[in-house]
Design a protein around this ligand. Sequence first.
Ligand code: ME8
Length: 510
Amino acid sequence: MAFYVTTPIYYVNAAPHLGHAYTALGADVLARHMRQRGEDVFFLTGTDEHGEPVALAAEREGITPQALVDRNAPRFQALMPRLNVSNDFFVRTSDPEHKRRVQEVLGRIRENGHVYKGKYEGWYCPRCADFKTDAEQGPDHTCPIHLIELIREEEENYFFALSAFQDDLERLYAERPDFVLPRHRFNEARAFIAGGLQDVSLSRANLTWGVTVPWDPAHVFYVWFDALLNYYTALGYAREGDDLTDRFWPATYHLIGKDILKFHTVFWPAMLMAAGLPLPKHVFVHGFLLMRDASGDEHKMSKSLGNVLDPFQVIDEFGTDALRYYCLREVSFGHDGAVSTAGFAARYEGELANELGNLITRTLAMVVRYRDGDVPAAQPDPVLAAELDPLAVEVARLLDGAELSAALDTAWLGVRRLNRYVEERAPWVLAKDAALSEELDVVLASLVEGLRVMSVLLHPWLPETSGRVLGALGAPELDLTGARLQAGRVAHVERLSPPFPKADAVPARR
Ligand code: ME8
């Protein structure tokens, strides 16, 4: 089955930060897991290169918007391999292929009678690139996200008749309770719609950096309409000579942060309806990674607030898997949560090094020590198998609902179970008594299989570690059907150096 997952496309007006990495990691977990299930996966991420935020940043630097995006987009592009993110394409909205398709779809929306010319008057945040209704404003016409003054805007432009989709959107939410996940975000979107929809600006007249409105070249499309369409346009040109639209549209999951809920859960489905295109199956809205400031208050990490934790630096010091694991384990996917160096240090040492790292090194070391690396041809312990085998089904069920943290918690139960098994069966005691040799065979075979199963299950979160362990076991297969204890899958093992070295490398110790 086709599985199409996307992240938001990121504004290129500043450098990528951990918040951007977070959504990309979430999408990568889903993409990798679905590939393990044999699904036909397409994973899209990219950059949002038009609009006022970019135009303003370029102006501040005294360069052209194109020069700015050409300099900054590669930083986002480079972030993906650094995170071990396996996106199938990287879309850039300044690409002429994207622009042409935006004009095509929005032209169709106009032909279908959903566009008119009118006068816009209201409050605008140039950083959000969003027109704020009264309810969306902070005190004294400020932006509650960026804490800056809103600008009073007044201009002639084209409108998208969003209000005409009031009933259709209400019906969508009544019929599809899983259109937006998790539930509290579904309720938020539905409440926004129930509050009554107003038509929205589709174009800007006093801006030149954007996709030209084909029926009135004095205008460019409002950046959000251009940006949202990336999910659709990219399929048309991601593979030269092979239009992937029929194969992958509609998207299975759009992953987004809660800051852009309105655009994805209200504007986007209405736009697709207006264009006569099928709607995505799910929009999953995750929370914010928060950073504590010196006074202990929690804030959203953001470029403009200047309180970012650099993902490149974390990767350089601790490796990609540690960052992936920490972000997705620490902050329950779908809720806000604070990240900190102290929290990172605790999980790195307590879980990655002491639990998983130890399990890996001691299992391999014991097989090398007691059996010269040859895995005994014994049937794995049926009691252990009965506990570990159901994990794959449970992880798959949770990931079907994009419950990334719950799925990781579930997989981790297996790591803990195996560590308890080592303590309960104490192979070092069995090894002292030749009469217990067969028992030791079963314990070692069970541990090796357990380790293999855990490496397969944890692959989406820890692809590098999983690959190293499966390499040491000579069993590189990742398909999820193999994630159950079997006899004879692994013949011989090699030792590994500790995958998460307990180092002076942990920041809290410095
Ligand atoms: O909004 N915690 O781009 P953007 C978690 N271009 N996620 C975070 C985060 C944080 N502190 N900060 C950012 C835009 N994100 C538009 C999107 S889509 C058609 C256009 C992530 O660069 C999260 O996914 O401001 C959020 O929704 C996104 O980055 C916003 O990125």
